[in-house]
Design a binder for this molecule. Structure first.
Ligand SMILES: Nc1ncnc2c1ncn2[C@@H]1O[C@H](COP(=O)(O)OP(=O)(O)OP(=O)(O)O)[C@@H](O)[C@H]1O
Length: 241
């Protein structure tokens, strides 16, 4: 399932999403995402950021309109092809929690086990990923003894183990202190520099401001693309003289 780099990897055309027949969350949303793009997804609480990410992951279906991912119209995609598509998408969602009875290693390895990949083909990758997120020393620890930031980083490693082309992260810095939040974001930016497209839904405007990446702003059911926020020019002492 290769995609043409000149084509969008995600494309929403006139997408409506209505819950319970009355709550209009998306109202004719149009947007696209290209290979290797980085986008923050911002908007007021309840605007529909999580819902939008779930549409991309095909965890929800639109009420109307079309969602294409890696060139496939999701509404026309046979159910048995979904796992192959999802393998190309790494997700860090609040509700995809780590499993407490598994170690950090086993949690990160889980997507590969589910896909039926032999341990010989993922063991080194799992160890490398856990080292990359700074958790080589916690590889055998279970989530119950990990801090919030450590758990977030295990979840990030798990999202990356299938070498996805696209990462969807929903408030990945939500439960961690600002230093850890910045570290997680730097890891995502580094991945993006290596060619992975990344969408990060966040309320943390400090991060959005600091990292200077383009912003998808979701408001009133519509998505608009904004340029990175630039710092205000600093007043230069004596400049007026
Ligand atoms: N499965 C569902 N069934 C019914 N309503 C839902 C469902 N999921 C979300 N909603 C509603 O849809 C709206 C958008 O929710 P969503 O979680 O997508 O927003 P959000 O922008 O991610 O919010 P937040 O920033 O607070 O996390 C909210 O009003 C929410 O209550």
């Amino acid at each position: 399932m290769q995609s043409d780099p000149s084509q969008p990897i995600v494309s929403f055309d006139d997408v409506h999403l209505t819950y319970d027949g009355e709550r209009d969350v998306l109202r004719g949303t149009r947007m696209s995402l290209g290979t290797g793009d980085f986008r923050f997804l911002t908007g007021p609480s309840g605007a529909g950021k999580t819902s939008l990410l779930k549409l991309i992951y095909a965890a929800h279906r639109p009420t109307s309109g079309s969602v294409e991912v890696f060139g496939h119209d999701l509404s026309a995609m046979p159910a048995d092809e979904m796992p192959k598509l999802r393998r190309r998408i790494g997700v860090v969602f609040q509700e995809f929690r780590l499993l407490d009875h598994l170690t950090a290693f086993e949690n990160v390895a889980l997507p590969m086990r589910v896909l039926g990949v032999s341990p010989n083909n993922y063991r080194d990758d799992v160890v490398e990923l856990l080292s990359w997120v700074g958790l080589a020393h916690r590889i055998d620890a279970q989530p119950t003894v990990l801090s919030g930031g450590e758990k977030q980083r295990v979840a990030l490693a798990r999202a990356l183990v299938s070498k996805p082309d696209l990462i969807l992260a929903d408030e990945p810095t939500g439960n961690v202190d600002p230093v850890m939040g910045e570290k997680i974001m730097r890891l995502l930016l580094e991945l993006n520099r290596l060619g992975t497209a990344v969408v990060v839904a966040t309320h943390d405007l400090g991060l959005v401001r600091g990292l200077k990446q383009p912003i998808l702003r979701l408001k009133d059911g519509q998505v608009n693309l904004h340029a990175p926020i630039q710092d205000e020019p600093q007043a230069v002492a004596g400049a007026a003289q």
